[in-house]
Write a protein that binds this ligand. Structure first.
Ligand SMILES: NC(=O)CC[C@H](N)C(=O)O
Length: 203
């Protein structure tokens, strides 16, 4: 099988950390700031950071629409934290995003900063289903002003929960997490995404 080529949206946010985790997971990695840089990608990570800032920076070059089109043509997507907000079909507390294109495509309702104010940052140990390999140790998940997933559609599989709420989900070629998997040395979720994105190369 050839090496999956994965991009990291590099407008703002945790870009370098994702790139390192993807390299460790065996992918060929490049950064994406313009639509042309989506060409030939098997997958794209939209990192955590600030969803409103990313949406504003993407607008002049219509990057969100271009990502949506490439996804429709087969590119996998992995949205973490702010990245998940940009992929969610519905956002509560979305005033700051009004008028800006987002990617969409993930049938979930999210609440921005839902884990915010009192608990700005915390770590939870998660059991994640469907990860590659035989390592069953819990994944340490770092939540930073994280969005709450309020509900998921019928095509969405919940692969990890924390305190009875979904925090990682998969819908076909879309993976999403409320937390920051790039900030811990455990790269199993990145490996999982590389496998999802690479599946069409081996089929
Ligand atoms: N760590 C994060 O990505 C935080 C997300 C941020 N609260 C937003 O709304 O975009």
């Amino acid at each position: 099988m050839s090496t999956p080529h994965i991009g990291v949206l590099a407008l703002q946010g945790a870009v370098a950390e994702h790139a390192r985790a993807l390299q460790a997971a065996g992918a060929q990695v490049s950064t994406v700031r313009r639509p042309a840089e989506l060409e030939g990608l098997d997958g794209l990570i939209v990192p955590g950071g600030e969803s409103t800032t990313m949406a504003r920076l993407a607008a002049p070059v219509h990057l969100m629409e271009a990502i949506r089109e490439r996804h429709a043509e087969g590119m996998s997507m992995f949205g973490t934290c702010a990245g998940m907000i940009l992929m969610a079909d519905q956002i509560l507390d979305a005033e700051a995003l009004t008028g800006f294109e987002r990617i969409g495509g993930l049938d979930v309702v999210v609440r921005r900063n839902g884990y915010g104010s009192q608990l700005d940052s915390f770590t939870g140990a998660l059991t994640v289903s469907g990860l590659p390999g035989t390592d069953l140790t819990p994944l340490q998940a770092v939540f930073i002003r994280a969005p709450i997933i309020e509900s998921v559609g019928s095509e969405v599989e919940v692969i990890a929960s924390w305190q009875d709420r979904p925090v990682a989900v998969r819908q076909g070629r879309v993976l999403a997490a409320s937390f920051h998997p790039e900030l811990t040395p455990d790269h199993r979720l990145h490996e999982h995404f590389v496998q999802i994105a690479g599946a069409r190369l081996s089929s």
